[in-house]
Design a protein around this ligand. Structure first.
Ligand SMILES: *[C@@H]1O[C@H](CO)[C@@H](O)[C@H](O)[C@H]1NC(C)=O
Ligand SMILES: *[C@@H]1O[C@H](CO)[C@@H](O)[C@H](O)[C@H]1NC(C)=O
Ligand SMILES: *[C@@H]1O[C@H](CO)[C@@H](O)[C@H](O)[C@H]1NC(C)=O
Ligand SMILES: *[C@@H]1O[C@H](CO)[C@@H](O)[C@H](O)[C@H]1NC(C)=O
Ligand SMILES: *[C@@H]1O[C@H](CO)[C@@H](O)[C@H](O)[C@H]1NC(C)=O
Ligand SMILES: *[C@@H]1O[C@H](CO)[C@@H](O)[C@H](O)[C@H]1NC(C)=O
Ligand SMILES: *[C@@H]1O[C@H](CO)[C@@H](O)[C@H](O)[C@H]1NC(C)=O
Ligand SMILES: *[C@@H]1O[C@H](CO)[C@@H](O)[C@H](O)[C@H]1NC(C)=O
Length: 625
């Protein structure tokens, strides 16, 4: 075994410690070792047969280091070859790619590399549902994927983490499909939509924005360094809705066990605005009025959570909290003052409502991290930046959330508030190390220079923002405009492309290319989903598109998205021609989740040759059959 001779021993021992910690379980007694190995020396193996009825890829010798087996799926024994030992000490490969956060990265670009899927391999016959996990509630949170998680002393697994509106978190084995653990985070009982009654603007019934349960809506976030997953749950802990409480949970990825300090005390905060011109100077967090919809963020030791409203039920406020990822204590928070009467005259019934606002909901998109700042996009709310009212705004915060550092509000921000055309129906993406891009319910896409967002200039016709494009070129202030309920997706290939999915009664998927000459996005779409096809119309709360390519630099790729029946669509990302379409009508749904299978704003999670799609009551796995 010359290659593994003395020169490498020190390094090998270090490596061995590391590697062996992720070895699989085996009955050691049954391992026949042909050549004896002195302590702390390299082993010399000849051929040997090992009984490995379990599923080991690595076989662990407690005092001798570890070796690779070559067991194939289904084998009940495996042969360890002479060379296996050398393989064991190969420098450890980087942990395979995981999906640890909403929309794949902190910039929320929704771009993912997956070698298995390309326009050449994915088609109507090759791509199929190959598994499904029925869970106990709707899956609004994006499924996450964590490779090589140690689930017991010697066993590592690739895990898919699923959170439900019934307050459950599941870990499934991505390879075998088995459930590895499940934890119920309800304390008391889960909030249901009848706990949140109607609002003046939507008289009658409950807030059925999400039904029937409001448990975990936001995408959790995983720390791959510590193997902890952070999850925000909501329960009614006592007898009345006033006892509703959000708590941040920090669970060990391998077992689902909470770490010390988890769950946190109920999320709470209050801030005085002493110079407020409004009658009530304190903004206080009331859990039942707030909805924690945007995905969680983990950055530099802080876990950020953003809050908006349930169905605009007043009073509600924008809240941002930053928790220590270690102690779970709230380190920072931000909110805004109370405002009243701002809906008049457009909605007279709400004239004197103490409205608060704005909301941060972002169609579920997590806040964006770029250049050591945190960005959110707000929905309807008072447009009075001089008084701390940042409705319909792109906001930049320092990481300590001390105050709004810069902002942009479209020229018609007040109008957007009056008619409920939230700018922040989607989140923002950060691209090209320079721009923050968002588009809201009205339709235009705003491209802001991150270092100077543009402020609020109601008479400047948006000349204060870097660029505005309008995918449907509809009139300014036209409430019937194409609406955007999903974040743009960004693909760096071919000079940079932005993808927009509109919600409209006609095909409205657009690609805009970066124009090298002007340094801006093309004013008109570079590609447009075939309007004649009639296929892929997303009328209600459209999808969040994901761009996937076989490598970072590949120049062809696939745009994946989910429609309101939880059906999956794959488009050639350059031509926007349809290459695959599932029909999931009736597949998802049932008790206790929504009866239609609709989960708004969901996006597919693609990892290790599989695609996971969360819907009304289950997660579907797709792969090349
Ligand atoms: C579909 O893709 C598979 C590869 O995944 C390929 O072998 C097959 O020829 C394709 N079928 C069509 C009709 O393109
Ligand atoms: C979760 O726990 C709550 C509170 O103990 C309980 O009422 C509920 O039935 C549990 N849910 C599940 C799915 O076990
Ligand atoms: C929702 O909660 C109410 C109590 O506020 C309860 O009466 C009702 O049965 C619950 N509905 C569901 C679907 O759990
Ligand atoms: C609000 O602040 C103003 C100015 O500091 C003060 O005069 C007023 O009493 C405060 N109102 C309440 C309800 O605390
Ligand atoms: C709002 O308050 C004003 C002033 O008190 C009053 O004239 C108006 O009728 C109220 N509007 C509603 C809808 O209650
Ligand atoms: C990044 O942050 C630095 C420091 O605050 C600032 O000077 C610079 O303009 C920022 N760059 C962008 C593109 O936002
Ligand atoms: C405002 O901008 C729009 C779109 O760029 C343009 O068509 C319009 O002429 C501008 N209006 C003014 C008053 O500058
Ligand atoms: C999808 O499947 C449903 C139920 O099987 C069927 O009624 C519907 O026509 C199908 N739609 C399409 C577009 O194939």
């Amino acid at each position: 075994m010359g290659r593994a001779g003395g020169v490498c021993t020190a390094a090998i021992l270090l490596l061995a410690l590391h590697l062996c910690s992720c070895a699989s379980e085996l009955n050691f007694a049954s391992v026949p070792i042909v050549d004896d190995v002195p302590a702390n020396q390299l082993a010399k193996f000849t051929s040997c047969i090992v009984d490995c009825a379990l599923e080991p890829a690595r076989i662990f010798f407690p005092f001798r280091g570890c070796i690779w087996g070559d067991k194939q799926a289904g084998d009940t024994s495996c042969v360890i070859k002479k060379t296996c030992f050398l393989d064991c000490f190969k420098p450890e490969e980087a942990r395979p790619q995981g999906v640890y956060t909403n929309r794949y990265d902190l910039e929320r670009t929704s771009f993912v590399v997956e070698p298995a899927f390309s326009p050449a391999t994915v088609n109507q016959t090759s791509f199929k549902i190959t598994n499904q996990w029925i869970v106990d509630g709707s899956v609004y949170a994006q499924p996450l994927y964590a490779p090589q998680v140690k689930v017991s002393k010697f066993v590592t697994k690739n895990l898919v983490i699923i959170a439900t509106e019934y307050n459950s978190v599941y870990a499934f084995d991505a390879d075998t499909g088995e459930q590895v653990w499940k934890i119920n985070l309800t304390i008391g009982r889960v909030v249901n939509s009848t706990d949140i009654p109607s609002v003046p603007s939507r008289p009658g019934g409950a807030c059925n924005d999400i039904a029937p349960y409001y448990g975990i809506t936001s995408t959790p976030v995983i720390d791959p360094e510590t193997n902890i997953v952070y999850v925000m749950s909501l329960s009614i802990e006592g007898t009345t809705v006033d006892s509703a409480a959000y708590r941040l949970n920090a669970l060990k990825l391998g077992s689902g066990e909470p770490i010390e300090g988890s769950p946190t005390a109920p999320v709470a905060g209050s801030r005085l605005f002493p110079n407020s011109q409004f009658p009530n100077n304190a903004t206080t967090f009331v859990a039942i009025k707030q909805h924690q919809r945007p995905g969680l963020v983990l950055y530099k030791g802080l876990v950020y959570a953003a809050f908006g409203s349930h169905c605009d039920r007043p009073p509600y406020f924008p809240w941002l909290f930053a928790f220590s990822s270690k102690s779970l204590a709230i380190e920072h928070f931000w909110t805004s003052p109370i405002f009243i009467s701002r809906f008049a005259p457009a909605q007279p019934s709400q004239q004197n409502v103490t409205a608060g606002g704005p909301t941060i909901w972002q169609g579920g998109t997590a806040p964006t991290i770029f250049n050591n700042s945190l960005y959110v996009v707000t929905g309807r709310g008072p447009v009075q930046p001089q008084n701390g009212g940042y409705g319909n705004a792109i906001l930049r915060f320092p990481l300590d959330l001390s105050d709004v550092e810069d902002y942009f509000i479209p020229a018609n921000g007040v109008y957007l508030d009056n008619v409920d055309l939230d700018l922040g129906a989607s989140g923002a993406i950060a691209i090209k190390d320079k721009y923050i891009i968002t588009g809201g319910k009205q339709g235009p896409i705003y491209i802001a220079d991150a270092s100077n967002l543009g402020g609020y200039q109601p008479t400047a016709n948006n000349s204060n923002v870097f660029q505005v494009i309008n995918p449907t070129a509809l009139e300014f202030n036209n409430p019937t405009a194409n609406t955007i309920y999903s974040g743009p997706a960004y693909w760096e290939a071919n000079g940079g492309q932005i993808f927009i999915r509109g919600r409209r009664a006609q095909p409205s998927l657009f690609r805009y290319a970066w124009d090298k000459t002007t340094g801006k996005l093309s004013a008109q779409p570079t590609a447009h989903q075939n309007p004649a096809s009639g296929v892929g119309v997303f009328q209600n709360r459209a999808s969040n598109p994901v761009i996937q390519a076989v490598s970072k630099t590949a120049t062809e790729g696939i745009l994946w998205e989910i429609d309101e029946q939880a059906s999956l669509f794959a488009w050639d990302a350059m031509s926007l021609n349809l290459i695959y379409r599932s029909n999931n009508t009736g597949v998802c749904g049932g008790t206790p989740s929504s009866s239609t299978g609709v989960v708004k704003f969901q996006l597919p999670t693609i990892a290790a040759g599989k695609l996971y799609l969360g819907c009304g009551d289950r997660v579907l796995t797709y792969s090349l059959a």
